[in-house]
Design a protein around this ligand. Structure first.
Ligand code: KIV
Length: 270
């Protein structure tokens, strides 16, 4: 079901929360898949730094560079007509100081054509968020499990089960809202806490592994399409099994080539 918006903006996203309409968001890293999911009606496309894992095969999101993010984001933007494109600021491009954060965000906006940026963290990066916002660049926050801090956490397990971390998360969400972020991603936290956060701020909360009582959901496209098959978190729903489909299609092609079945008489020029 595609809603009435011709083009999705940060204002449409905020309006959707007010109207009680759930927000759909998926990742994309390339032109072809971005075009398909945009035409299917997705509201937000995240050019996630998960490209580091999914596209480049790294173990973490840390190695991906600003230039690589710009390459992925500009490819996505060329495939998109309607969705709001959010681009992750990669590890090391905003934590140093707010000036560096602003220059990274400007580089992304100028060179990729993306519509907004996403940063991981709360109060500790608020100066960077403020500076980016003053330049007129919309910011999406990201709290809970923040994969750029994996070496601090030591594990990808559920965050904020302890009261102190849960309290900091709620306080960070309010700080991000007050600063002017247009939405926040909440990753892998208890559903009850996510519900409490969504109720305590006016801006949309988009969950991944954060239960149903938030304002929208995001998944990594390659995971929900079943292209990856070794990653099986509880929150992941697979809508297709493309790993299997691609594997059997390629096997069929190999057979056809070996058996001289491909190309046939119609599949050639005379
Ligand atoms: O990089 C990414 O894919 C993300 C999502 C998991 C929200 O940040």
């Amino acid at each position: 079901m595609i809603n009435q918006y011709k083009k999705i903006t940060t204002n449409s996203i905020k309006e959707m929360k007010i109207n009680g309409e759930k927000i759909s968001m998926l990742t994309a890293y390339d032109y072809t898949l971005a075009k398909i999911i945009d035409q299917a009606g997705i509201e937000i496309i995240l050019v996630g730094d998960s490209a580091s894992n999914v596209m480049a095969g790294h173990e973490t999101t840390l190695p991906i560079t600003l230039d690589q993010m710009i390459y992925h984001a500009s490819s996505v933007v060329r495939g998109v007509n309607r969705a709001l494109v959010v681009v992750d600021l990669p590890f090391g491009s905003y934590q140093g100081n707010s000036k560096e954060a602003l220059s990274s965000a400007i580089k992304i906006m100028k060179n990729s054509g993306g519509h907004s940026v996403k940063l991981e963290g709360g109060s500790e990066i608020i100066d960077s968020i403020n500076r980016i916002l003053t330049a007129g660049i919309p910011v999406m926050g990201h709290l809970g499990l923040t994969p750029q801090s994996i070496y601090k956490f030591g594990t990808y397990s559920v965050r904020a089960k302890e009261t102190s971390e849960a309290e900091k998360l709620i306080s960070d969400a309010k700080i991000l809202e007050e600063a002017g972020c247009f939405a926040i991603v909440l990753e892998k936290i208890p559903s009850e806490l996510a519900k409490q956060v969504a109720e305590s701020v006016q801006i949309p909360i988009i969950g991944i592994g954060a239960g149903p009582d938030v304002d929208g959901q995001v998944l990594v496209l390659h995971d929900m399409l079943g292209m990856t098959h070794e990653f099986n978190p509880r929150f992941l729903r697979r809508y297709l099994n493309l790993y299997q489909d691609i594997n059997s299609g390629v096997k069929q092609y190999i057979n056809d080539v070996k058996n001289k079945d491909f190309p046939n008489s119609e599949e050639q020029y005379r």
